[in-house]
Design a binder for this molecule. Sequence first.
Ligand code: NAG
Ligand code: NAG
Length: 367
Amino acid sequence: MAWGLLLALCGALLAPAAAGGHHSLAVLVTAVISEDGTHHFTMITNVDDVQIAYYRSDTREVRPSQEWVAQALGAEYFQEKTQQFWRHEEGSKVETRRWMQLYNQTGGIHTEQVHVGCALSDQAPVDPRFQFAYNGRDFISFDNQTGTWVAAVQPAFAPKQHWETTGKAWTKFVQQYLQSECLGTLRSLVLQGRAVLEQQVPPEVSVFRRDAPDGSVTLSCCARGFHPRPIHVSWVRDGEDILAEKDSSGILPNADGTYSTQSSLEISPEQEDGHRYACRVEHSSLPEPPLIWAPGKKGPLTPGVLAAIILAVVVLAGAVGASVILWRRKSAGPSKPSYAPAATKSGEDSASSSSLGTDPLSVGLQS
Ligand SMILES: *[C@@H]1O[C@H](CO)[C@@H](O)[C@H](O)[C@H]1NC(C)=O
Ligand SMILES: *[C@@H]1O[C@H](CO)[C@@H](O)[C@H](O)[C@H]1NC(C)=O
């Protein structure tokens, strides 16, 4: 909280009228040298969490991942980058072999990873990085403040020595790249890609409850399919108290570029007595953080509810029966009673569950 306020104040002082926010550019290179000596080299570039370009040793071309990126950077940029990555690929072959020697390795599979990046926080450059890893461990990284290399392990002192003396041209390139080109590329991409990068997709939120045999209750709050990534999920009792969550899944990426998260809260029967619990979700797409109330404890069944359940079971049994008959008529093979137990499912309760009877029916009609 205090940090957030401080950063907000700093941002306000540094760039009073500028478009705010935090954006980053990351170039991630992976080079793998195989047992038979072949070398696979790949690169992806991300802005925030969106992939914008890639290179692979089989196509030997830096290509934009999205149309707006091609427009924002232009064809010339990609031609230039392609040639640069040919050189990086060749350099990486020499480098991995040299590092194998530093570790006294003569064969086997080895990987070199490079993470290069820069970021803008309310327009101010932050977090420049040029880091190498070898076989999954930090190897050497560039210190932007001093313009020198920091060896993470003993064998990395050799390249440090080299890059700070006879190989100074490389260090100059790194420094230039971080201080100017990286930030320039990031600025144009943020400008042209605002619609994609800052797309606001609100989460779909649902709250579930699970009653344990000992009477304790676990409430789970799922927020799905939101963008951008930052979100804050908390628990509220009777509309006031903010309680600590018990467990969180963390923020997980979905295949479509959105994110999901789940938070759960455990309460004892005493804590539940006479209180109502809700999940509160704060996200940039939502003007007001909504409260989603957890389903209450199931009371004794009223005649109306009971009648509805009986009716549902009867309809469901009819549907299952009809589909089994249809299915048997169409296929004379051995029967597979796979969907019969659906009618007994009633352990969990949620704010949105309705697909109970549809599956057997559709299976029966389609087959
Ligand atoms: C590689 O071998 C040399 C000579 O035997 C030795 O001095 C050095 O410590 C070894 N390096 C590693 C990383 O094991
Ligand atoms: C990187 O180092 C240069 C030179 O010391 C400095 O001017 C620049 O502000 C540094 N960048 C960041 C983001 O710290």
